[in-house]
Design a protein around this ligand. Structure first.
Ligand code: 5GP
Ligand code: ZN
Length: 112
């Protein structure tokens, strides 16, 4: 499949990994938007948050567990943000479900 994050999950495109298990992979974003900017993805190809179903949703809970563990490891003790952009209006540019873990600076609200 011609999907950049499937290729990263398969090791066909290199990435700076921070966590991996049989279900998910976490790696540093190429263009960090905060001092800590990690992407957490399911290894299974799910196109976006619009494609989450009762059959595949357990990986999302697992991703949030991994995010909490990584936030602690990265010393994001003052807080952090988890972002999942979905579709055109959501600003999604890579059509493989991913969660941005952002921290190390104060975040603005509402997002642009
Ligand atoms: P989106 O805009 O879809 O929510 O987020 C996609 C993110 O993936 C962007 O922050 C972008 O910098 C990152 N990204 C795109 N291609 C690559 C890549 O090949 N490697 C890494 N590490 N990050 C990527
Ligand atoms: Zn994919």
């Amino acid at each position: 499949m011609d999907c950049v994050f499937c290729k990263i999950a398969a090791g066909e495109i290199p990435s700076k990994k921070v966590y991996e298990d049989d279900k998910v992979l976490a790696f540093y974003d190429l263009e960090p938007q905060a001092p800590v900017h990690i992407l957490i993805i399911p290894k299974e190809h799910i196109a976006s948050a619009a494609e989450i179903t009762p059959e595949n949703s357990s990986v999302v809970a697992h991703i949030y567990e991994v995010a909490a563990k990584l936030a602690a490891e990265q010393h994001l003790d003052d807080g952090f943000r988890i972002v999942c952009n979905a579709g055109k209006d959501g600003g999604q540019t890579v059509p493989h479900l991913h969660f941005h873990l952002l921290g190390g600076r104060s975040m603005k609200w509402p997002p642009g």
